[in-house]
Design a protein around this ligand. Structure first.
Ligand code: ADP
Ligand code: ADP
Length: 220
């Protein structure tokens, strides 16, 4: 299991077809990348998988079920979406503790994930004063909180310095090596080539092409 399956997934906002009849499966043990320009529908697809939006038609399933019907969802799927959207008045520790409490996750795990992302030293500071890179790390800590088998990262290198970029790349590779399902979105081919095993190229909500990195680099 540990798969994300999209079946004719479609999302329309007014006249915009943000996601247009997308069907594919994201397999465990790999980093799968959504590559495409801004507006291609990458974020919307992730939001639909997380049940933050409802499809116009089709479905997005996690382990065979819609996200909103999963028991203990954060133990199954973790996501870094819009890191900038974190409520700024809370400390990093409090933000994660609230998420842990609503998801039946022990407080010990909060300290663990803060350590994993390198934020232990600033855990008692308010998130409002955090740089974008620190917010990205906090978002990653939230994604890891439930020790999920499926992880999604939307533009995870935004705001990170070169050390941070290497760190998140190594993290995604090691999560996949542990057999987890990792879905990454980026508009940067260079980033994809270094991180993903398989690339799904998106444009205007559609799947344009799908290939392994080896296929892309030998065929084109
Ligand atoms: P990407 O993540 O690839 O940059 P998005 O999924 O954010 O693409 O956007 C896909 C398209 O859907 C864009 O044209 C965007 O303007 C539109 N869109 C996304 N979210 C909304 C929304 N909540 N309301 C209206 N249009 C939206
Ligand atoms: P709000 O601030 O709108 O109340 P929360 O941040 O408390 O939202 O999250 C509500 C629910 O959304 C969580 O209980 C969890 O199921 C899901 N959720 C939040 N953050 C994540 C994440 N990083 N990964 C996966 N699921 C998440």
């Amino acid at each position: 299991d540990d798969v994300i399956r999209l079946h004719h997934l479609t999302k329309r906002y007014g006249d915009t077809l943000a996601v247009d009849d997308l069907s594919f499966t994201v397999e465990p043990g790999h980093v799968t990348g959504f590559l495409g320009p801004n507006g291609a529908g990458k974020s919307t697809t992730m939001r639909l998988i997380l049940g933050l939006d409802t499809p116009t038609s089709g479905e997005a399933l996690v382990n065979g079920r819609p996200y909103t019907t999963l028991r203990r969802p954060m133990a199954q799927v973790g996501a870094l979406l819009d890191a900038g959207a974190v409520h700024g008045g809370r400390t990093a520790y409090h933000h994660l503790l609230c998420l842990a409490r609503t998801n039946d996750i022990g407080e010990r795990r909060v300290a663990e994930v803060l350590d994993l992302v390198g934020l232990t030293g600033v855990a008692r500071r308010r998130v409002g004063g955090f740089s974008l890179g620190m917010r990205q790390r906090l978002g990653i800590a939230a994604a890891l909180l439930g020790d999920p088998r499926v992880l999604m990262f939307d533009e995870p290198v935004n705001g990170l310095d070169p050390d941070g970029v290497r760190w998140i790349r190594d993290l995604m590779r090691s999560l996949a090596a542990e057999g987890r399902t990792v879905l990454l979105s980026s508009h940067l081919m260079s980033e994809m080539a270094l991180t993903a095993d398989r690339i799904v190229i998106m444009g205007r909500g559609k799947l344009i092409a799908e290939a392994t990195i080896q296929e892309l680099t030998t065929r084109y």
